[in-house]
Design a protein around this ligand. Structure first.
Ligand code: C5P
Length: 305
């Protein structure tokens, strides 16, 4: 194999229920992940040492060296396979998912690198084995492998596919600048200090609405425990959320740790109208229309010598 290219989706959290901070610094979660049709593409080529080249949206803010999550994923896979020779890969990342946006773009690139190197090296790890390696790289990486709609538990890495009907049409509003995930979690802890945090719990109402496939039922049930923290760090997000609701979005929510806001539309036409109105409202740096659920990381081309 000389080059393998993998396409990988961004994610939204339709519910993000965050428990108290654990001793290891992480938080126990119950979350409903939903992959959407905004994709990064990652190409890997054989190499002795790992290198990373990033192009596309926000490329300048992605770490290009060893700290890059895709590079860490390649090292984790090489370790798992006990590869000594040719244990690196030349990684090329073409970004369309904005960076530090609450859409798990870095985790997506790591998942793509895992799938690509698994193919490049003909390692033959099963999807479940690949998910184990993924969980060591980051909490959101296993879901980027799986895609679709799934319930995440633990740090978010323990997944169960969810029964969800239909296609959901979303408008994503990108904010200028990003938010640091650890800072958003720390702010969430501070905001809840007085009353404490309950154990995280799955919304059975949301799960029933997802099974019905009715966006009008799903919209009001979207929830994110990190939203008050994201909005307190970025008060401008409140304006974006209000604007979306005023313009008829069925649901309006900060995605993950933010600052991207996700607006649920009734159908494709409504999403087009909402995208145009949100753009003219001037409440964000740009909008995209996406659909969910989208498939997880998948090989699109594999070149052989
Ligand atoms: O697992 P990952 O490296 O993607 O997580 C990034 C950061 O997000 C962690 O260092 C932690 O601060 C926070 N986090 C958390 N609880 C989780 C997942 C992430 O506190 N379940």
């Amino acid at each position: 194999m000389t080059a393998v290219t993998v396409r990988v989706p961004a994610k939204l959290n339709l519910q993000l229920s965050v428990g108290p901070r654990r001793d290891d610094g992480y938080h126990d979660l119950v979350t409903v992940f939903h992959a959407v049709s905004l994709f990064d593409e990652v190409t890997v080529r054989p190499a002795d040492r790992t290198s990373v080249l990033v192009t596309g949206l926000d490329a300048a803010s992605v770490p290009a060296g060893r700290a890059n999550l895709a590079a860490r994923a390649v090292r984790a896979l090489a370790g798992r396979l006990r590869r000594r020779d040719k244990a690196g890969a030349q990684i090329e990342i073409r970004k369309r998912i904005p960076v530090a946006a609450g859409l798990a773009g870095g985790s997506a690139d790591a998942a793509a690198a895992l799938v690509a190197c698994n193919e490049l090296w003909s390692s033959g790890l099963t999807p479940a084995e690949l998910r184990e390696v993924a969980a060591r790289v980051g909490s959101d990486v296993p879901f980027a492998l799986l895609g679709g709609t799934a319930v995440g538990q633990g740090r978010g890495e323990r997944l169960t596919a969810a029964l969800a009907a239909g296609t959901y049409h979303w408008v994503l509003a990108f904010a200028a600048g990003g938010l640091s995930t650890p800072e958003v979690y720390a702010t969430c802890d501070r905001l809840r200090e007085a009353r404490g945090a309950a154990a995280p719990a799955l919304s059975t109402e949301l799960m029933a609405a997802l099974r019905s496939g009715d966006p009008a039922a799903v919209g009001p049930l979207l929830s994110n425990d990190l939203q008050p923290a994201a909005v307190s760090l970025r008060p401008d997000l409140r304006r974006a959320l209000h604007a979306g609701r005023d313009l008829g979005a069925l649901g309006a929510i900060v995605s993950g740790s933010g600052p991207t806001c996700a607006f649920l539309a009734a159908n494709a036409g409504h999403a087009r109208e909402l995208a145009v109105s949100l753009t003219s409202a001037g409440v964000c740096r740009g909008v995209v229309r996406v659909q969910g659920p989208a498939a997880g990381a998948a090989v699109v081309t594999a070149e052989r010598r």
